[in-house]
Design a protein around this ligand. Structure first.
Ligand SMILES: [Fe+2]
Length: 392
């Protein structure tokens, strides 16, 4: 009897303690901004606890963020506010080429009942002691397009820092991760520690991010979290977007070895996946929207190879290269090989040059209607290679 009484007392005390001290959700990593178009963008971040997330947006008009109530954008799915440790909030109704300030919020929940109940504790990104985060939307009327690309970081934080520490001050239109930023997709924490915490510190709160999936992001138990962390307009890792005179197509490599390889343990099905993507590619690149762009750039992690390529690059060459040739692609940017190379147009059936960036350098690109200028820069800031592609 005495033991039962003690058990009841402890249970009541625990319930009171839980109710009085709900989880205090705060930002764990982020935010970063993907899927930026002329009128929309998606803000993504992770929280320390399951929580509801939302974003407030303000124009960049010199007013204090606290001047008026700012419009609130919730993360809704099938009629409910999402409760999660990963948040992605789509912002709509924006104007092209316009800078917007934004603030992220999260509210922890009481998970003890049938439905999570907001606990009352709300945390948000700073707008008082620091400037709010800000992102500029894309603009197809802009005279040029500038971006910086890195790839094959494989979770090396020091290299990530060295290659991105100047990005914010250089202020490109967007940043490209061209695959293999980690060696495999484990937990969300692996992504955070591997590169996103550093990316958030150096640029990702204020510069749009374009992520091209590499073959290593296809590996590991957390591979399906990819689109949750880096959502795209098509809900697939392949998509198109436009900035200035350039139409971009982001292509997904799949794996580099045959699906039957022992390394994939019977889980790989990239043959069918690449065929499906190629059908989408053929249709999309023939669209007036893509064809009418003065400049066309393809982003693909695994480059086509001339001879003795592995199965993955061979399949990409067979399926994708003819479509890119027909679409009049002006340039393709790749990684994967961990060494620099520049393949001229016509090297092996490609109608466009291919720049393959190493795992220790970045590529700064500026494109106008008439030419694409590239410089390959090492971690110390030394320019290693320069290339210009004339656009006919
Ligand atoms: Fe790779």
């Amino acid at each position: 009897m005495r033991r039962l009484f003690l058990t009841i007392v402890l249970a009541v005390a625990a319930a009171v303690a839980f109710a009085a001290d709900p989880p205090r959700a705060t930002t764990k990593c982020g935010p970063w901004v993907v899927g930026v178009t002329e009128t929309e963008m998606t803000v993504v971040w992770t929280s320390t606890e399951r929580s509801m997330g939302w974003v407030e947006v303000a124009p960049d008009d010199g007013s204090h963020f606290y001047a008026v109530q700012r419009p609130r954008y919730d993360e809704d799915f099938m009629g409910r506010h999402v409760v999660s440790t990963v948040h992605h909030v789509r912002i709509t109704g924006l104007k092209p080429g316009t800078k917007y300030r934004y603030r992220i919020y999260q509210q922890g929940v009481d998970d003890s009942g049938h439905n999570p109940v907001p606990s009352g504790y709300i945390s948000a990104s700073g707008v008082y002691k620091r400037e709010p985060y800000a992102i500029r939307t894309m603009n197809s009327s802009k005279e040029d397009c500038t971006f910086t690309m890195i790839n094959d970081i494989h979770g090396r934080d020091s290299m990530m820092l060295a290659l991105t520490k100047d990005v914010k001050s250089q202020n490109p239109d967007f940043m490209v991760f061209n695959g293999d930023m980690v060696s495999f997709m484990g937990s969300t924490e692996d992504i955070e520690k591997g590169f996103m915490t550093r990316a958030t510190e150096t640029f990702a709160t204020d510069i749009p991010l374009v992520y091209v999936r590499g073959n290593h992001e296809t590996r590991g138990p957390g591979f399906s979290e990819y689109l949750n962390l880096f959502p795209t307009p098509t809900n697939t890792p392949y998509f198109t977007f436009r900035q200035g005179p350039v139409a971009f197509v982001v292509i997904d490599s799949g794996e580099d070895k045959p699906d039957s390889d022992i390394e994939y343990g019977g889980t790989a099905a990239y043959d069918a996946y690449r065929e499906k993507m190629a059908a989408w590619l053929k249709q999309t690149l023939l669209s007036e929207e893509f064809r009418s762009a003065p400049v066309k750039i393809a982003l693909l992690h695994i480059p086509f190879e001339n001879t003795a390529g592995w199965y993955g690059p061979n399949e990409l060459k067979r399926l994708v290269m003819p479509i890119l040739n027909e679409a009049g692609i002006n340039l393709m940017l790749s990684g994967h090989n961990h060494r620099y190379s520049y393949r001229e147009a016509g090297s092996y059936g490609n109608n466009f040059p291919i720049l393959v960036n190493s795992n220790n350098d970045k590529v700064n690109v500026r494109a106008t209607k008439t030419q694409i200028d590239m410089e390959v820069v090492d971690a110390a800031g030394k320019v290693l290679h320069k290339h210009t592609v004339k656009v006919k």
